[in-house]
Design a protein around this ligand. Structure first.
Ligand code: PRX
Length: 635
């Protein structure tokens, strides 16, 4: 039996047992057999959830890019590492071999060094899904710089907050990006952001759309001539196991975004191991994850996981609806994709279009389907199973988080029997617990509670950049000696888990985590707004949509409500990005509050969802009449 490659349910149970009975021994074996180390660790694990402090493979030395690239050059130099599929189907795909990837990464690493970037420096990467994005990430890792990728759909304001938080010295961007039939002026967004960022010394600009942009003298440099002049070898920086690999920002329910810090060795081992097993990747398979690399899914399961396994991974620049809703199916047929990993929101959007687009393309190459980012509803699950997998491809519904680094609860394809809407069993080494309101673990099956994890796994984020106290407060303070996920879950009669959704003020819209507080703060900046509260309402494609309740300042003048709605959404787009726009905005004379002044979101949520049969006791509210007014005017 191989610990590294699980093929049957029996094997899963055996390996799982081993991984929880002797976690150190188990992970040591995986690490030893499957990775390249410059020096062995002194200690496999030390941890203390009360501090919290977690260290894996302490004392070991390595470079993750040697594991992702160099070691494959012996046997896989000519194998395609990355297939770049452009936005437009008329532009040819690019096949980048492991040898070419090596050279491109080394060249860019040399450029970074020549521009003063060294180990520990932070580099912000603000790029669309083009090969330079993958190359930039790996070039940072090559020289020990910490990459902070910011999703290229974020606004200049969101970008500058992130750049300043981790004091990035450099930004890598492009002259613009394609999105379906549109182009986006990414460099313009960077220029605006940098008006507020004094830490950035250099901006490297890749050419993508060949638009005329401003290049700021002494700061902005075109990437291509620098790469042309750079050497094709770059000695990897030898890193400590616990050195940071990257920072990735995620929304919290309050305050500014949290810069989750992932460190090198544990992350590498867990991501590679999960990728191999959950998707059952085999040599020569073509794997496609449709996520953007601006999110954790792209970091772990487009770049690091596949490349650590010597896989062929597709990077898709476009969107599912351009030039029509057949684009995903066309790409699958064109590249003979074997594992396809996407989000429920995309599945729902495509299902809405019916099967006419699907029928035009040969999807017979598909072996495994994946889902990630939010709970998948029964209807979408069956549509995916029936029409994309033709009932032959197992669906791995993978539950995890930016903070967990890798997949935590998921079927292992072909080993774990699937069940619609269930993420099923904990992955190897993962010890979940369901907790009740009083902080006690709920044992047994057919129960539900708040999902915690009892024991560290190798790819857990180690801290929040610059704010360890917030890390402790957010994840380790709700339940003693446990990592709290912020999700609710149930466990069925056989021990399968189903994630029921967030239990905090984070709302997942089209698979994107949005904290309510930062959006409310933005709305409140509008000069006419006194106060606001956001809730999530079910949406048949996006999963959830945002519904805002807004009270206006009494200025004596009457305002056109439709114009105000437009202005509020423009403000949100500007400050956060279009993903946080509100679907509905209801103006109201007041918000329901407790006597201590806390907004009763539970009541607002029920009203917005038109579920008003049981609003609970509203008599204790400060102003109970307002509930009736809000109910009468619900949109
Ligand atoms: O609520 C869970 C939901 O997405 C949250 C994590 O979001 P993020 O950090 O952006 O990472 C998304 C990609 C890993 C979780 O707390 N979530 C993620 N996957 C699933 C899910 N909910 C249900 N089922 C899933 N498979």
């Amino acid at each position: 039996m191989s610990n590294y490659h699980i093929k049957h349910l029996e094997e899963y149970f055996q390996v799982y047992r081993k991984s929880v009975q002797n976690p150190e021994g188990f992970w040591e074996e995986v690490a030893e057999e499957h990775f390249l180390w410059r020096k062995r660790w002194d200690r496999v694990l030390s941890w203390d959830f009360t501090k919290p402090e977690i260290k894996w493979f302490e004392g070991a030395k390595l470079n993750i890019t040697e594991n992702c690239i160099d070691r494959h050059l012996v046997t896989r130099a000519k194998k395609t590492a990355i297939i770049f599929e452009p936005n437009s189907p008329d532009e040819p795909a690019q096949h980048i071999t492991y040898r070419e990837l090596y050279e491109r990464v080394c060249k860019l690493a040399n450029v970074l060094k020549s521009k003063g970037i060294s180990k520990g420096d932070r580099v912000c990467i603000y790029l669309p899904m083009i090969p330079e994005l993958a190359v930039s990430i790996l070039a940072c890792a090559r020289i020990g710089a910490i990459h902070s990728v910011v999703f290229a759909g974020f606004s200049s304001n969101a970008l500058s907050t992130r750049i300043n938080d981790s004091e990035c010295k450099m930004v890598i961007t492009t002259d613009g990006s394609y999105r379906g039939s549109k182009t986006i002026d990414l460099k313009g967004i960077v220029d605006t952001a940098l008006e507020d960022c004094s830490c950035v010394e250099t901006v490297l600009v890749a050419k993508r759309i060949h638009s005329g942009i401003n290049m700021k003298e002494g700061r902005d440099l075109w990437l291509a001539p620098l790469l042309d002049a750079a050497g094709t070898d770059c000695e990897p920086e030898i890193m400590d196991a616990e050195d940071p690999l990257f920072i990735l920002y995620t929304s919290g329910s309050t305050g500014k975004p949290k810069g989750m810090v992932h460190t090198i060795a544990g992350y590498m081992v867990f991501i590679a191991y999960t990728f191999k097993n959950i998707f059952q990747y085999r040599e020569e398979d073509v794997y496609w994850c449709t996520a953007d690399i601006g999110w954790i899914t792209g970091h772990s399961y487009i770049i690091y996981g596949p490349l650590c396994n010597g896989a062929t991974s597709i990077m898709f620049e476009g969107i599912p609806s351009y030039p029509d809703f057949g684009r995903f199916w066309e790409v699958i047929a064109k590249h003979k994709v074997n594992q396809f990993y996407t989000a429920p929101t995309a599945i729902r959007a495509l299902a809405k279009e019916g099967v006419k687009y699907l029928e035009k393309h040969d999807l017979s190459s598909i072996k495994v389907l994946g889902s990630v980012g939010e709970p998948i509803n029964e209807e979408a699950w069956h549509w995916y199973d029936d029409n994309v997998g033709k009932k032959k491809a197992p669906i791995v519904d993978t539950w995890w988080q930016t903070e967990t680094g890798g997949i935590m609860i998921s079927p292992i394809a072909f080993a774990t029997p699937t069940k619609p809407t269930y993420a099923t069993l904990p992955f190897i080494g993962i010890q979940p617990a369901l907790m009740d309101e009083n902080g006690n673990e709920i044992l047994g099956n057919q129960v539900d509670g708040r999902l915690c994890i009892k024991f560290p796994w190798p790819s857990i984020a180690r801290t929040i950049w610059g704010d360890h106290q917030r890390y402790k407060d957010t994840y380790f303070s709700a339940y003693e000696n446990k990592y709290f996920t912020g999700d609710g879950a149930l466990r069925d009669e056989v021990g399968y888990y189903r994630i029921t959704g967030r239990v905090d003020d984070v709302i997942i819209v089209s698979g994107h985590n949005l904290g309510t507080a930062p959006i409310e703060d933005t709305i409140n900046e509008h000069p006419a707004v006194a106060e606001s509260a956001i809730v999530g309402i079910p949406h048949d494609v996006k999963g959830n949509a945002l519904y805002g309740f807004v009270t206006l300042k009494d200025t004596g003048e009457t305002r056109n409500q439709d114009n105000l709605r437009k202005e509020i959404n423009e403000l949100i787009t500007e400050q956060i990005g279009p993903i946080a726009k509100l679907d509905k905005i209801q103006f109201t004379s007041a918000l329901p509050k407790t006597r201590s002044g806390k907004i009763m979101r539970r009541i607002l949520r029920k009203i917005a969802c038109r579920d008003t049969a049981n609003l609970g006791d509203t008599s204790t509210l400060l102003d109970p009449e307002v509930v009736q007014e809000i109910k009468d005017n619900v949109l």
